[in-house]
Design a protein around this ligand. Structure first.
Ligand code: F6P
Length: 548
């Protein structure tokens, strides 16, 4: 594999970068009345406007050549074929099989996985139907009213984000709770809100070894048994979602109440699998199917559209342009839809756990910047918090502005204010405000001389700040599926261009290992480890606090 920086397109892009530094997006818009039309795409109910980026046709052409030279088409094909593209774990990365609505065979090690995928979906469907229609009863023969998902990372963020986003589609009787933090406060506060006789716990862990999840699940079970008074009642109130049947049985959940998925599903890509059980419980089988359909639509687009009209590929390349050439190593996710308020956290894991790597698939250094720092907040709140930096700070931080055209809340007057702000922000980032414009504005307000000159530099906006605008026709299961799949594939394309494996996460291991040793020291159940003086002092401080 030729190193990225040795590809001819890489050098060509540096040349274009040098040549295009002086170009302002204002000029690009002025020179090309068709720019907004040419730099936009639709996939299903999702519209992308990428015209407010510091790109032009030659830059885009060179980025597309880079994608070709870096083997993006081949890697896309390899993923859909079920090749073991997660090379450090020798696994396929087949989240696309989970929503393969065409049902054509997808083989892992020569075996079609679709029958297993469909069988689990059917089991999930039967179980969710029973819970939703009130046939699945708790130990006092009452229907379930509360579902508590216990899981962390990919076993939490996807279901939490989707259930929050699609709340208007939720079952009116069911309240959804998500416990991820091993800080007992979260579980304690959740248990305070639910009733033992009508609560279903979903213990979600791909490995079923994650300490945070197992600790929370054990405490929840103790709470349950203490209140129910009968350990046999656990069967109606605890189900598991995992790839690890044996660990589920050892924990004490009947494998008959386990919903399975497979090692070729990465945690952060797993909401489409049985990890989506809380989603299906809340939204129903049909809506879960719609979510899968929407993702499949994006999969088909990603697989078949030419690179120059391929939404994930274009977003990935525009991202590469800023990360690697402008040195803008941060990316903001700003949903202007309250229901999408957990989207930034979800995409943060998706991107940073996938591409936060420094070596290529062959172990050699990547040598260039990789995953951006993903951060964000609902856009309108961000405007009154951190957008100042985006407009006038020294960092270039590309931003995705995500909004919904439909006024789902239905309250008069709100939606136009919201959308006006989305469009205004994108315009402001692009246009900025020149010194001449500020001068004229201040003069019209009666300012002149020193007073005007003193204020002027503070009021100038350089503009030329990149943004993508993503509009969903409606925030429904289908369009959400399309949106999430867009980000999954964008991240995969970027990983491919950097030559890294986007599907492992070794970077989380060291902290886990050290925490095991320190946990032994904090609880007096382990030998003293060898630490630096700072860590020793922190441990001592905790131990002393217990003696007070
Ligand atoms: O943080 C590491 C990680 O392995 C994530 O990738 C994963 O989503 C999370 O922990 C939870 O893992 P599990 O589902 O195995 O409990």
């Amino acid at each position: 594999m030729t190193h990225l920086t040795k590809l001819p397109a890489w050098a060509a892009l540096w040349q274009l970068f040098d040549d295009s530094q002086h170009i302002h997006m204002r000029t690009l818009f002025a020179e090309d009345p068709a720019r907004a039309e040419r730099y936009a795409l639709n996939v299903g109910g999702l519209f992308l406007d990428y015209s407010k980026n510091r790109i032009n046709d030659p830059i885009l052409a060179a980025l597309l050549t880079l994608a070709q030279q870096a083997g993006v088409p081949q890697q896309i094909a390899a993923m859909f074929r079920g090749d073991k593209i997660n090379t450090t774990e020798q696994r396929a990365a087949l989240h696309v099989a989970l929503r393969n609505r065409s049902n054509c065979p997808v083989c892992v090690a020569g075996r079609d996985v679709m029958p297993d995928v469909n069988a689990v979906l059917s089991r999930m469907g039967r179980f969710c139907h029973a819970v939703r229609c009130g046939d699945w009863l708790g130990y006092t023969r009452q229907p379930i009213t509360d579902v508590v998902n216990i899981g962390i990372g990919g076993s939490d963020l996807g279901p939490l984000m989707v259930c929050s986003a699609l709340k208007p589609f939720g079952h009116p009787r069911l309240r959804m709770h998500f416990v991820s933090n091993v800080d007992g406060a979260q579980l304690k506060e959740t248990l305070r809100q639910v009733h033992v006789e009508t609560t279903l716990f979903v213990v979600a862990s791909k490995t079923f070894t994650t300490q945070e999840t197992l600790t929370n699940a054990l405490t929840a079970r103790e709470w349950f048994v203490a209140h129910a008074g009968d350990p046999a009642a656990v069967a109606q109130h605890f189900v598991a979602v995992s790839t690890n049947r044996q660990a589920v049985a050892e924990f004490g959940i009947d494998p008959a109440h386990m919903f399975e998925f497979w090692d070729w599903v990465g945690g952060r890509f797993s909401l489409w699998s049985a990890i989506g059980l809380p989603i299906m419980l809340y939204l129903g089988e049909e809506n879960f199917g719609e979510l899968l359909d929407g993702a499949h639509l994006m999969d088909e687009h990603f697989r078949h559209a030419p690179l120059n009209a391929n939404m994930p590929v274009l977003l990935a390349l525009i991202g590469i342009w800023y990360i690697n050439f402008y040195g803008g190593g941060s990316h903001v996710i700003a949903p202007y839809d309250q229901y999408l308020h957990r989207l930034p956290a979800f995409i943060q894991q998706l991107d940073m756990e996938s591409n936060g790597k420094q070596v290529c698939r062959d172990g050699s250094p990547v040598g260039v910047e990789t995953a951006p720092i993903i951060w964000g907040e609902t856009g309108i709140n961000g405007q009154h918090a951190f957008f100042q930096l985006l407009h006038q700070g020294t960092h270039i931080s590309p931003i995705d502005l995500i909004a919904t055209l439909e006024n789902r809340a239905g309250l008069p007057g709100h939606h136009e204010i919201l959308l006006a702000n989305v469009f205004a922000q994108a315009e402001a980032f692009m246009r900025g405000k020149t010194a001449d414009e500020v001068r004229a504005e201040l003069a019209s307000q009666g300012l002149s001389g020193d007073a005007l000159a003193r204020l002027l530099p503070h009021k100038v906006f350089a503009g030329n700040r990149p943004s993508n605008t993503l509009l969903l026709a409606q925030l429904n299961p289908r369009n959400l599926g399309t949106l999430v799949a867009l980000y999954e594939h964008k991240i995969f394309v970027q990983g491919t261009i950097w030559g890294i494996n986007s599907f492992d996460q070794w970077g989380v291991e060291l902290g886990k290992q050290l925490a095991r040793t320190i946990h032994g020291e904090l609880t007096g159940k382990g030998a003293a480890g060898v630490h630096d003086s700072s860590t020793e002092r922190l441990i001592r401080l905790y131990l002393q606090s217990r003696q007070l």
